[in-house]
Design a protein around this ligand. Structure first.
Ligand code: HEM
Ligand SMILES: *[C@@H]1O[C@H](CO)[C@@H](O)[C@H](O)[C@H]1NC(C)=O
Length: 326
């Protein structure tokens, strides 16, 4: 007698198995720490605020950290691992040039650890500190999900694959963002982060020497040459230009006004203002700060939710610079 139906106990076992895997697959959620560490978000915000008051640039760094962490595989704090014990830090990659203030991340983490040990991930600190940094810099208030977990490895060798170079074209930048589910309008909005912070001469002299890039606004080019007087800046001297001279510490739509006047510092800033796929959004953002703020919020959330580790994946690091037990 051939059996066509599996015995009921096997069916039942299979059902349990499917159920188990579905339950094991967690997702990010709003207020993930409500029960496990109800003050987590408040503590992080307070630390970001205090650090901003001491070193305003920290807020800028938290924004760039979100980009460099989330873009490379996942928002998993892989960026924060330092070199040692078999780990090569992503911070040492050439694309991380100019990143600063990493030493202050653990001040935030330590404050959270004191309240709830081994509960809040460094990945969520990367995300929430960026969110709070944006608010400190006059940007929008963004609602963000949490529940990310920390990677157990650094992806230093993959940084170049995911983080665009200073001289990459808009074509390659759009496709890098598209690959992680960030649409063109959101990509245009994210680049509004370049309305704060600085660019070192090293990253823009190729547009000044031996001849000035003819797409650059001539009076701005003259200013840039005064700030960066030699084609080969001494890597030890900190020569840089602020991205937005008018409101250098405010995340606003002034970036779009600048790039429409061809005062963008990076190749991608300039090309954003001329590519037919991006120009309509650039013009609208330059015109309407409220629209920029809405799109920027949406885009930051998209970026912050790239491929997170959740549930029992990864770990909750104690020290953001080191894997647990190392
Ligand atoms: C998409 C292509 C992008 C490229 C090619 C790019 C490249 C760069 C470069 C070369 C610098 C200057 C580094 C230096 O010389 O010190 C910089 C600075 C910065 N970038 Fe981007 N970036 C991109 C997108 C983004 C995004 C999406 C964000 C955040 C949402 C971001 C946030 C920042 C911030 C805040 C700074 C200033 C950092 C500081 O002053 O410490 N960038 N970027
Ligand atoms: C971009 O700059 C790098 C050095 O940072 C250089 O090696 C590369 O050839 C440049 N690429 C383009 C497309 O100009």
């Amino acid at each position: 007698m051939a059996t066509t139906k599996p015995p009921p106990n096997i069916t039942f076992f299979f059902l349990l198995l499917v159920l188990h895997f579905n339950l094991g697959k967690s997702q990010l959620q709003l207020n993930y720490y409500t029960n496990s560490c109800s003050k987590a978000e408040e503590i992080i915000k307070q630390q970001v605020f205090q650090l901003y008051n001491k070193h305003g640039n920290t807020a800028i760094s938290w924004v760039r950290n979100l980009f460099h962490d989330c873009m490379v595989k996942s928002c998993d704090a892989s960026l924060l691992l330092v070199t040692g014990g078999g780990v090569v830090s992503e911070q040492t990659a050439e694309r991380s040039f100019g990143m600063r203030n990493f030493k202050y991340v653990n001040i935030i983490k330590d404050a959270v650890e004191q309240e709830c040990p081994l509960t809040v991930s460094c990945a969520d600190i990367v995300a929430l500190s960026a969110r709070d940094g944006i608010a400190m810099l006059g940007g929008p208030n963004i609602e963000m999900k949490t529940g990310r977990r920390d990677s157990k490895e650094s992806y230093a060798t993959m940084v170049e694959e995911f983080i665009p170079n200073h001289n990459d074209s808009i074509f390659s930048v759009l496709s890098s963002f598209q690959a992680i589910g960030v649409d063109i309008e959101a990509t245009v909005a994210l680049l509004g982060a370049h309305s704060v912070g600085r660019v070192h001469c090293k990253n823009l002299v190729h547009r000044l020497y031996p001849t000035v890039d003819e797409t650059l606004n001539p009076s701005h080019a003259a200013y840039l040459k005064r700030r960066c007087p030699t084609p080969h800046p001494d890597p030890k001297s900190v020569q840089y230009v602020r991205s937005d001279l008018k409101t250098p510490m405010i995340i606003d739509n002034n970036y779009y006004k600048n790039i429409l006047q061809h005062k963008g510092l990076l190749t991608v800033d300039e090309e954003l203002a001329t590519d037919p796929r991006t120009v309509p959004y650039v013009e609208k953002m330059a015109d309407d700060n409220e629209y920029f703020r809405q799109q920027f919020s949406r885009a930051v959330v998209l970026l912050s939710e790239n491929n997170p580790l959740t549930g029992d994946e990864g770990e909750i690091r104690k020290d953001c610079g080191y894997l647990n037990g190392k």
